[in-house]
Design a protein around this ligand. Structure first.
Ligand code: TXA
Ligand code: MG
Length: 339
């Protein structure tokens, strides 16, 4: 058991975090997407502590974070041409690229796979920590396995208190959903997990952008996930969530017909349920706002003890696809469609 320290993101705190990381410990740290649970990606024992702290299945690989493009070279066997182009356009930022791993990446880090996902975050504090460590940092989202990803240091504390020595507070994560994860296939980019860098953004690099089936479909029993994270239950608050896929009128009439005691509606705006006599939590009326607030809203549902939730459906393109992908899992794929 640790007494988990909350550190500011000032210089002395960064120093303290770096010291812990250099000693093979795990530190909660901010990034622009969500908070990460960082440790030295090249140190097996340090990485094992991440899996223990999160309760993460050993076959779910970690993303390796770098602060400078040069850091990537020893970590991978080859860098596809498209990866150079993506790095130039989108790094530092919320994009993770999967490449064949070199031998210096321990198999604990890669969940036993022969590939590794690499990302260069743009958050200043994250960059400073990696740079000062001088080694790449493996970091999954800093939530307990199965619960919503953390977008504030407080969320991390709620999940990790006693499990890690320190958390660096870098404010509310700007993006709010985890990075876009892509792999490369000949001249195509495959999106394994949608994020703030959208399919439309990636089409600027190549027209051959494939959205993996697992992004919006439930994996069939026995199917092999290209990205192991897709097979696990995710982002789940305790409430039973149903997504209502339709316009505001359809949503309102569904709520009116099916409302029950203790129902909470997850809406785009505070006025969506006016006159219906139900409690609402709005998570924003644009893709970006929804991405920013989704996980905070899911955690809030638990805080207020929500049992049953009807959620308005995000868009399924642009950044909306990332929101939809996370909400679908939080709702265990329960969707009522009016389209
Ligand atoms: O924004 C983010 O990506 C955050 C911050 C902290 O950087 N990290 C994050 O990590 O979301 P995590 O571990 O919660 O999610 C990583 C996802 C998992 O679904 C994992 O299965 C997939 O990426 N992944 C990682 N390495 C992979 C690989 N080599 N091949 C296929 N999928 C991989
Ligand atoms: Mg995660």
């Amino acid at each position: 058991m640790f007494e988990t320290k909350m550190l500011s993101s000032g210089e002395s705190s960064i120093k303290e975090a770096v010291k812990l990381l250099k000693n093979g410990e795990v530190v909660g740290m901010p990034t622009e997407t969500v908070y990460g649970l960082g440790a030295n990606a090249l140190d097996e024992n340090a990485v094992r502590k991440i899996f223990t702290a999160k309760g993460r299945p050993a076959d779910n690989p970690l993303i390796v974070h770098i602060s400078d493009f040069e850091m990537i070279k020893p970590l991978v066997k080859e860098i596809p041409e498209l990866a150079y182009k993506c790095a130039e356009e989108f790094w530092p930022g919320p994009l993770t690229m999967i490449m064949p791993k070199s031998d210096i990446i321990p198999s604990v880090t890669s969940g036993g796979l022969d590939s590794v996902g690499i990302r260069m975050p743009s958050h200043k504090t994250a960059r400073a920590i990696i740079e000062k460590c001088g080694f790449p940092i493996a970091a999954p989202s800093a939530n307990l396995s199965g619960s919503p990803s953390p977008t504030t240091a407080g969320h991390v504390f709620n999940d990790m208190n006693g499990r890690i020595p320190a958390i660096v507070d870098g404010g509310f994560s700007a993006v709010g959903v985890e990075s876009t994860v892509i792999s490369f296939e000949n001249d195509a980019i495959r999106i394994l997990r949608p994020g703030f860098i959208s399919a439309e953004d990636l089409k600027e690099i190549t027209p051959n952008v494939i959205i993996d089936k697992g992004v919006i479909a439930q994996l069939e029993n026995g199917a092999i996930a290209r990205s192991p994270g897709m097979k696990y239950k995710h982002y789940a608050p305790k409430a039973d969530i149903t997504i209502i896929d339709g316009n505001l009128d359809a949503f309102r009439s569904y709520v009116a017909k099916n409302k029950c005691n203790g129902l909470i509606c997850m809406t785009f705006s505070d006025s969506d349920c006016d006159g219906l006599g139900v409690r609402t939590l709005s998570y924003g009326d644009t893709d970006e706002k929804q991405a920013h607030l989704l996980f905070d809203t899911l955690r809030e549902l638990d805080n207020i003890g929500a049992k049953k939730v009807f959620a308005r459906c995000p868009r399924k393109d642009g950044v909306g696809l990332a929101v939809y992908n996370r909400l679908l899992r939080a709702a265990a794929f329960q969707v009522v469609s009016f389209k």
